[in-house]
Write a protein that binds this ligand. Sequence first.
Ligand SMILES: NC(=O)c1ccc[n+]([C@@H]2O[C@H](COP(=O)([O-])OP(=O)(O)OC[C@H]3O[C@@H](n4cnc5c(N)ncnc54)[C@H](O)[C@@H]3O)[C@@H](O)[C@H]2O)c1
Length: 450
Amino acid sequence: MTQSNCSRREFLGLSAAAAGASFAAKPMVSLPRNLMLAPEAVPPSERVRFGMIGVGMQGNWLLSESIKLPGVECAAACDLYDGRHTLAREIVRADLPVTRRYQALLDDKSIDCIVAAVPDHWHKQVVVDAVSAGKDIYCEKPMSHTAADGVAMVDAAKKTGHIVQIGSQRVSSQICAKAKELIAQGTLGDLMLVEGWLGRNDPTGAWQYPPPPDLSPRNLDWDTWQGTVPKRAFDPNIFARWRCWKEYGTGVAGDLLVHLISGMMFMLGINEPPKQASAVGGIRRWKDGRNMPDVHAVVYYFGELPVYMRLNLGTEMPEAYRIQGSKGVLDVTGSTLSLTPQTGKDSYPSYYTGSYPRAMREAYLEKWHLENDPKPGQAAAMPETMSFSGPDFDDVRPHLWTFFDAVRTRKPVVEDAVFGHNAALACHMANESYFRKSAVSWDEASKTIR
Ligand SMILES: NC(=O)c1ccc[n+]([C@@H]2O[C@H](COP(=O)([O-])OP(=O)(O)OC[C@H]3O[C@@H](n4cnc5c(N)ncnc54)[C@H](O)[C@@H]3O)[C@@H](O)[C@H]2O)c1
């Protein structure tokens, strides 16, 4: 099971209960027509050839999904661990060209674009090298390992004009698209607060992955894997569980919070970093030598909007948003939306008037009922909860499709380098605040976290 399966299930976790509680479930999701075409229906001139960099837990999934898309072909795969060359050949074809050096894919003129699923500490170099070599690139989330890396990646994308799409697939979720539409129509009134949460409660969810049993410096280029991080002796646990350490990963913030943030930015039409972040958390459950928190709760200001996100690797909770406005609440999970409108008006006379003397109270009550009770023949207002549900399919597939379609058509993508950078900044700010034990803000002038 890949993590994307796993996080997809988490995002779907509430759907059955939410659908059961709804009054009206309207099926609403259909795949773009192009996604349903048979691969051979695409003329050779429109085919896109990609090179795959990183065929690990997420890369094997992206590779398998990409080659099922019409008009999309894998030309070669790269990984530093030879076991993943075998895996790539098992997925694509027995004679797929494979290499340990990604530069070989960038030098290959027959390759149009790159799909990269390498650990976070390699994202910047792979993206900068890819766009500088003239390739478009789909790079996994979080876009950057540090704020400075993100700044360099945005600069490289702007300078070269190549397409960069980041892999937070909520942005291609049709449930999130429906939520975006409802919010843009003003259904929620003025936004008051956004909440999001996700919890896990098992070793795999907490990244205690089993390293491949044959892993050794003979079949893995351990030196290159470490990149620019201070070198350590070969350690299979670091190879498999890199998310646990800030030297390579970005903690629950970059692993999970980034999905909540990207989805929220998409639904609310935000494309800027938070003004301020204030985090609490700790290593509360998985005391296995990691240096990143396993519980992390963050309060943000996105502009003036308060946003409260919480991640917990010690208690399981399905991934969900609760978007709160002056006209109601929108609950968003992976495959359902539930909109509960609110009038924002008193439904009863104010209980404060219980403190009036009788004559005053009775005069108030009489006036209130006269002004507010339904007139004879008039129906009382009954705000109706509405539910929308979609079929269970993985948003990774349409997200990949958006990228390959953009490579072909040069259409800009939503989750480009600027969007990816802004979402990643929210994660870096959450980590900075946790480690500094104080609120932090983004300073656009110096492009640093203060
Ligand atoms: N969108 C999602 O839902 C989702 C889910 C899981 C992981 N991810 C992201 O995907 C990325 C990869 O995560 P993973 O769990 O697959 O990691 P992984 O460790 O399982 O796989 C990474 C692979 O990249 C290879 N690699 C590392 N540096 C390389 C280099 N310089 N050149 C070539 N290959 C190199 C490694 O050998 C390894 O096989 C991460 O950024 C992660 O956050 C996204």
